[in-house]
Ligand binder design. Structure first.
Ligand code: CO
Ligand code: ZN
Length: 326
């Protein structure tokens, strides 16, 4: 599983540029599904045919990033954010562009209180010698993502972009195991979640599933003085009750809980007070689609070093397997 996750987090994929990620996933699962296609939004939709209900399982391929807005006369890049990027967390970090170019995120040193460090007082330094030189290397609108190799140790994974490549890994692994079921399963790898749950909306409309689950990360409240609720790392996948974008359909929530209990899979209940998932746009698509979620407990979400427990990842696969077999 660490290998699968590594391949996925290493792909470059800020919102709207998910092609590399889609390519990696296609290679992983194309021989295990009946059909695989992408749509105008860039969503990757893989189908395992069946005569029962249409079940949509969604995980987003995009990661947060930075976007070049202007290039100054000395060759420093000013940037905006793509999705929820914290200026404080980006400070001093390496970022990498699609062409491999690396930059350092720094700040105007007249800032005295770090709380005033906002993107408009920050810049990316790519080591360019002049404006012209910089412009040979990057252009306005180019996006960069946090850099860094994934680490596996003590049963946990530390990496950028676990939000939501770990969800993609769960779905890819599930597809590879080919669970026996009469239902028609749609493995949907969505785009542009981080900028407003956009890809999932069009995918849900084109599929019109009977029900849907979003597989994404959720915050944990188990670090020193964390205010993020009851979910803890390593205590099982979290069954979504509510986040800021959706209230899980009670029947779906119940079915997930029953599946976990019957198969002795550890689970937790998730009430996420800040943040949403693809289920937020799926459940209000068309005439309404009963939706819920299975979340991977994750520390330090939207940082350069997110952390998940591999047991939770494996148990999420098992829980979904039990769910689609029913
Ligand atoms: Co996110
Ligand atoms: Zn996410």
């Amino acid at each position: 599983m660490f290998k699968t996750i590594s391949k996925l987090v290493n792909a470059f994929g800020p919102s709207g540029c998910e092609k590399q990620v889609a390519g990696v996933i296609t290679n992983m699962i194309e021989d295990r599904v009946d059909e695989i296609r992408s749509d105008a939004m860039g969503n990757l939709i893989a189908v395992k045919r069946g005569s029962g209900k249409k079940i949509m399982l969604a995980a987003h391929m995009d990661e947060i990033g930075l976007i070049v807005t202007t290039i100054d006369e000395k060759g420093f890049l000013r940037f905006g954010t793509v999705g929820g990027v914290s200026p404080l967390i980006s400070l001093g970090q390496r970022v990498v562009f699609e062409n491999g170019l690396t930059g350092v995120v720094w700040y105007e040193e007249s800032i005295e209180n770090m709380k005033d460090a906002k993107p408009d007082k920050m810049y990316i330094d790519i080591g360019a010698r002049s404006e012209e030189h910089a412009k040979e290397l990057v252009g306005i609108g180019d996006m960069a993502v946090f850099a860094g190799q994934p680490v596996g140790q003590n049963g946990v994974v530390i990496s950028k972009a676990l939000d939501d490549r770990v969800g993609c890994a769960v779905l890819a692994e599930l597809a590879r195991r080919c669970p026996e079921t009469d239902h028609e399963i749609y493995y949907v790898f969505t785009t542009q979640e981080e900028v407003g749950l956009r890809g999932a909306r069009t995918a849900a409309y084109s599929i019109m599933p009977h029900l849907a689950l979003a597989i994404d990360v959720t915050r944990t409240g188990d670090t020193p003085k964390s205010k993020h609720g009851a979910v803890a790392l390593g205590k099982g996948p979290a069954i979504k009750v509510k986040d800021n974008s959706v209230i899980a359909h009670p029947k779906i929530r119940e079915k997930l809980v029953n599946c976990a209990r019957e198969n002795s899979i550890p689970y937790q209940l998730e009430v996420l007070e800040k943040g949403g998932t693809d289920a937020g746009s799926i459940h209000i698509t068309a005439g309404g689609i009963p939706s819920g979620g299975v979340s991977i407990p994750t520390r330090f979400i939207h940082s350069t070093a997110e952390m998940v427990d591999l047991k939770d990842v494996e148990n999420a696969v098992k829980l979904l397997e039990a769910f689609i077999k029913r």
